[in-house]
Design a binder for this molecule. Structure first.
Ligand code: GLV
Length: 311
């Protein structure tokens, strides 16, 4: 039996090597060279792979999605029904996102965009001292693996942290909110809003004209989740009106962000190309090999996607 590997060309060999290092007996087929479709027992693939294509493999027993987010699996046609799907929960992915969130919280907290503008204009000027971190309130949307890790890191730097999740969630030191009323209560107290939610029908467009208007004037937005969480024209309007003082964005809809999109040249937007946290094959491979073993032995899988919840 064989494992079908499908991801962007530049990552294929690193993934193959990482899997073979852990289990040299694996037979890896690199898409589109799948060989006999009946040989394929597991597909390890990412967003570029057409889920409809996976219906070609009659003996497929496991799908591993090579990332944390699963929204691409929820769109039609979706994975073949009845086949378990696991995602990656990987400490390097989590650490990468925590670093990116800290980078941008500190960037806004320490007035870095203003100092960059002064530097560009060759102006030697000291701005008023920033608030202490204890006066800069952070609101995190999503308290899953990523949100919880960022919350802890921000707490350790002295920021007061609030967190919003679908269901009540207790994290030591984090003031928790949930449900629509919880969001309305948290936003007016949030100076820097960090989005690390899964994208589901319930969270699509959560950052819109109404929610942005609930933030204090001059608040900042950091989005490391999915472009679909933000109603982009609403954010542009809020940036242009000064309601939002700056936004650090890693994700967009569509991606790649079209070359003529106003975010590219917007003076208040800090942009990265969906690179906040990048999967490192050697770090993520052990859980993939573990799931292949478990699948062969008929044991329960780890990091299974809950399609009803949408993550
Ligand atoms: C990246 O966006 C991921 O979901 O892992």
């Amino acid at each position: 039996m064989a494992i079908l590997l499908s991801t962007k060309a530049s990552a294929m060999e690193a993934w193959r090597d990482a899997l073979l290092e852990l289990d040299p007996s694996l037979e890896i087929r690199m898409f589109p060279e799948a060989g006999d479709p009946a040989d394929i027992e597991a597909a390890v693939c990412w967003t570029s792979h057409d889920m409809g294509e996976l219906r070609r493999y009659p003996n497929l027993r496991l799908i591993v999605s090579m990332g944390a987010g699963v929204d691409h699996l929820l769109r039609p046609p979706g994975p073949p029904p009845g086949i378990p799907v696991a995602r990656l929960v990987d400490h390097r992915l989590t650490t990468g996102m925590t670093e990116w969130v800290l980078l941008n919280v500190l960037r806004f907290h320490r007035q870095d965009p203003d100092y960059r503008a002064l530097q560009a204009a060759r102006v030697w000027e000291e701005l008023p001292a920033p608030e202490t971190s204890s006066a800069r309130r952070i609101g995190i949307l999503g308290l899953g693996e990523l949100g919880a890790a960022s919350a802890k890191a921000l707490l350790s730097l002295g920021f007061p942290v609030m967190g919003w999740s679908r269901r009540p969630k207790a994290i030591e030191g984090v003031e928790g909110f949930h449900g629509p009323e919880g969001l309305e209560a948290m936003l007016p107290r949030t100076d820097i809003l960090v989005c690390l939610l899964p994208l589901t029908p319930g969270t699509r467009g959560v950052i819109n004209a109404r929610s942005l208007a609930l933030l204090p004037r001059g608040a900042f937005l950091i989005n490391g989740a999915r472009g679909g969480h933000v109603v982009q024209p609403d954010l542009l309007a809020a940036l242009d009106s000064g309601q939002i003082a700056g936004a650090a964005l890693d994700v967009f809809e569509p991606e790649p962000l079209p070359a003529d999109h106003p975010f590219w040249g917007h003076p208040k937007v800090i942009l990265t190309p969906h690179a906040a946290s990048i999967t490192i094959p050697r770090s993520a491979a052990p859980q993939v090999v573990e799931n292949i073993r478990r699948s062969r032995e008929g044991r329960s899988l780890i990091n299974l996607v809950d399609f009803a919840a949408g993550y």
